[in-house]
Structures are given as structure tokens and as C-alpha cells.
Design a protein around this ligand. Structure first.
Ligand code: PLP
Length: 421
């Protein structure tokens, strides 16, 4: 592999997604000192179309249309859900709904799934999963007198399906699992795990937060039953953007979610005396959706759909592959090790590098115009977003990291221990 900057630049010239970069703000900042934003998996960049799309809803639908726009808003959660279903998630129309946060959507689907497995008293989650997922599982278990079984996963290589299989038996009602591990980027095969759980009689609620917009989920092909995920990461829906939930069509009538709001009600405006859940995915709605925020989600969802999830995944694999190769070739001698799967087929679009001074390195990088994330215990996490990150951006970021290490510039920063105490 040619690891020169010229080779990275040539990869950009050959990139079929190169044109998407200019559709995001920040592309105009293109000098040698430009900001290298490698945190698109925490908060994606702002699409250029988004301010006008949000302003349109504010000025026209709210400002002029007032309550007359209401009928459109009721449909919108499903309409944007359908864009995500077809363009990003590999699901069918009427299976995806946008609204609420990932945490709340996870709660709704987890309770619905547990109710659908009466007599089973165990919830399974991964000990290394994102905190909110583990907390929601613990909270639901506590409310229902259920037991949580946490399966261990390697923090770099991710969950071994064999370890999960050993935790599945006739007591398990629901498994909650992330498709892509938030720290290492390790990818779990949705189809394989769905089959394992189904064989044990359990349902899986997938959290696609770190995968949506980066790798395919192929929910229909995988036979997945339930999923949730963020829209403000690789889907570029903006801060606080509402999440999506997915419920396989064949399961919708069977499930009931626990928050009986009027947006989940059949014939909502009949204002009937008792809750009678709507047909289809609408029954998983609760209350008035965040209409302004959804305008931004729609722009982001359409951009990812237009690029195509397979092309996004291919580029994400190549970007992270370059990052890993550069870390091996140019950073290993300074104590940096790769803390993510090396096989592109086994990771999402982010990579973690381990170093004992990871916290200080992260601070030093931010001061030098590179934005990664620090993750415990000693990881610097880089999320090159295939829609707007170039190969030269990855190259330059690793070069700036190498300069920090060579000059020992990070040693002047406080350690994480001194930060927290
Ligand atoms: C980012 C993320 C969330 C965020 O949940 P919110 O309710 O939007 O705060 C949840 N789960 C996973 C796996 C995530 O990566």
C-alpha cells in the first residue's frame, strides 16, 4: 500500500462520493491549516441545504400555515422513516418512524418486546455497550423484576457471537445490542445474531446509532425484528435530532409500546375515551413530533440515501483502512496501537488508537485543528465520515498526530486524572 500523501490525494480524485463534500459547510476551509473534523460519528457536519429547509418550515409552515400545516406534520415521521428505510436501513415502507430520542425509542421497543415474551425473565445486553443502552436495560429489568445478563465483549474486537450464544436460553426474552461498537467500531453481523436469538426464542432490539449512514444494516434481509438509532451522527441531522425506530411489519400488530400517547392512537382526532393503538408503525409514536428538528433530519437522510449505503460503507472502510495503515507505519514507534478490528468487513466507519497518554493527545490534537474524541480507558477515536471526509484529511490528521508525538507536545497538557479531580 502506497502511504504517501500523493496516493491519498489520488484516492480522492478517484472517489465516486467526492462531490458530496461541497454539500456540507466547512468544505470552503481548505488550506493546510484547515479543521480536520473526524468526529462525524458524534455529531455530523451541517449540510448546506439544512438552514433553508429549517427556515422553510419555520417561516412558511409555522409562520404562515399555522395550525393548518398540522396534517402534514402528522405524516412526516413516517415519510422520513420511509426515506431511511429505503436508502439507509434496507427496510420496507411503513417500518420506520422518526421521533423521540434513541434512549426513549429503545425503552419503548424493549418494553414492547419483553411484553411479547411472557414467562421469560432475562434481558441480555453487552457489558461494553454504550451507557444509555445498558442503563435503559437495567431500568426496565428493575421495573419488571427481571434479571440482566451482561455478556462480555473485547473492547477492541467486539462481541464474539459464540459468547452471546452461550448466554441465550429459554429464560431470555430480549437481547439489546449495538450493531457497531461505539468505542472500537467493531461490527456485529445483524443476520447471524438475529438468527441465534430467534433460535433461542428471544427478540433482538438493535441499536444502529453508530452504523446508520456508515454501514448497511439490511434489516429485511437479516430478518431483524426491532431497531433504533441516532440521526445526528453519520446521518447529519443536527444536535438533538430525533431518532428512528424500526419494527418489522409482521410484528407490528403483535406489539404494544408502553407510552400510550395520542399520536399512537387509531383515529387520533376522534379523541376517543380509551387508547386503541393505530395499525402499523404509527402505534409506536407517542406525542407531537419535533417538527423543526425533523426538517434537518430529512435533509441528512436524503443525502445519505442519495450517496447509497453501499458506496458509503466502501469508502468508510477505505478511509479507516488508510488510518490504520498510517498508524502502523508512522505512529507505532511512538507507542500508538490500533484498537479496532483490522478487517474492514468487521468494522464501521470509525477507528480507535490506543496510547497511554490518549487524553493529552486528544487535547493536543484539538489545539492543532484535529477533532477526534477521547474514549476511556486510553483511546483516541477517529470517525471519518464517508460523505465529507477525504483521504487527504485522514492523512493530514495522522501527520499532525505524528508531529505531536515527535515533538512530545502532548506532555504539556494535564492528564485525564488531573482533569477529573
Ligand atoms: C449516540 C448513541 C446513543 C444516544 O442516545 P440519545 O438518546 O440520542 O442521547 C444511544 N445509543 C448508542 C449506541 C449511541 O451510540
Amino acid at each position: 500500500m502506497d502511504l504517501s500523501r500523493a496516493a491519498a490525494s489520488a484516492a480522492d480524485d478517484a472517489d465516486p462520493l467526492a462531490g458530496f463534500r461541497s454539500r456540507f459547510t466547512g468544505a470552503e476551509d481548505d488550506g493546510p491549516d484547515r479543521l480536520l473534523y473526524l468526529d462525524g460519528n458524534s455529531l455530523g457536519r451541517l449540510p448546506r441545504e439544512t438552514p433553508a429547509a429549517v427556515a422553510r418550515v419555520v417561516e412558511q409552515e409555522w409562520g404562515r400555515g399555522l395550525v393548518g400545516s398540522w396534517a402534514d406534520w402528522v405524516e412526516r415521521s413516517r415519510r422520513i422513516g420511509d426515506v431511511l428505510a429505503a436508502g439507509v436501513l434496507g427496510a420496507r415502507p411503513g417500518e420506520v418512524l422518526v421521533g423521540d430520542s434513541t434512549s426513549v425509542d429503545l425503552y419503548k421497543l424493549l418494553v414492547a418486546a419483553a411484553d411479547a415474551r411472557p414467562g421469560r425473565d432475562v434481558l441480555v445486553c453487552c457489558a461494553d455497550d454504550f451507557p444509555t443502552d445498558r442503563y435503559v436495560v437495567a431500568g426496565v429489568a428493575a421495573q419488571r423484576g427481571m434479571t440482566v445478563r451482561e455478556v462480555d465483549a473485547d473492547i477492541d474486537e467486539g462481541l464474539d457471537p459464540g459468547v452471546l450464544a452461550a448466554a441465550l436460553d429459554e429464560r431470555v426474552a430480549v437481547v439489546v445490542l449495538s450493531q457497531v461498537a461505539y468505542r472500537s467500531g467493531a461490527l456485529v453481523d445483524v443476520a447471524v445474531v438475529t438468527r441465534l436469538a430467534r433460535d433461542a426464542g428471544a427478540l433482538v432490539v438493535w441499536d444502529l446509532s453508530h452504523g446508520a449512514g456508515a454501514v448497511p444494516a439490511d434489516l429485511t434481509a437479516a430478518g431483524a425484528d426491532l431497531a433504533v438509532g441516532c440521526t445526528y451522527k453519520y446521518l447529519n441531522g443536527g444536535p438533538g435530532a430525533p431518532a428512528f425506530l424500526y419494527v418489522r411489519r409482521e410484528l407490528q400488530e403483535e406489539l404494544r409500546q408502553p407510552i400510550w400517547g395520542w399520536f399512537g392512537q387509531r383515529d387520533q382526532f376522534a379523541m376517543g375515551p380509551v387508547y386503541d393503538p393505530a395499525a402499523g408503525v404509527d402505534r409506536f409514536a407517542v406525542g407531537t413530533p419535533p417538527v423543526l428538528a425533523m426538517a434537518a433530519v430529512e435533509v441528512g437522510a436524503r443525502l445519505s440515501a442519495e450517496a447509497g449505503i453501499d458506496r458509503l460503507a466502501a469508502k468508510g472502510g477505505a478511509l479507516t483502512g488508510l488510518l490504520i495503515a498510517l498508524a502502523d507505519a508512522r505512529l507505532a514507534e511512538h507507542g500508538v496501537t490500533v484498537a479496532s478490528p483490522r478487517d474492514a468487513a468487521r468494522r464501521g466507519s470509525h477507528v480507535s488508537l490506543a496510547h497511554p497518554a490518549a487524553w493529552q493527545l486528544t487535547r493536543a490534537l484539538v489545539d492543532r485543528g484535529v477533532v477526534p474524541d477521547f474514549r476511556t480507558p486510553d483511546r483516541v477515536r477517529f470517525g471519518p465520515a464517508p460523505l465529507y471526509t477525504r483521504f487527504v484529511d485522514v492523512w493530514d490528521a495522522m501527520d499532525r498526530l505524528r508531529t505531536v508525538l515527535v515533538e512530545r507536545a502532548h506532555e504539556g497538557y494535564p492528564t485525564e486524572r488531573s482533569r477529573v479531580t
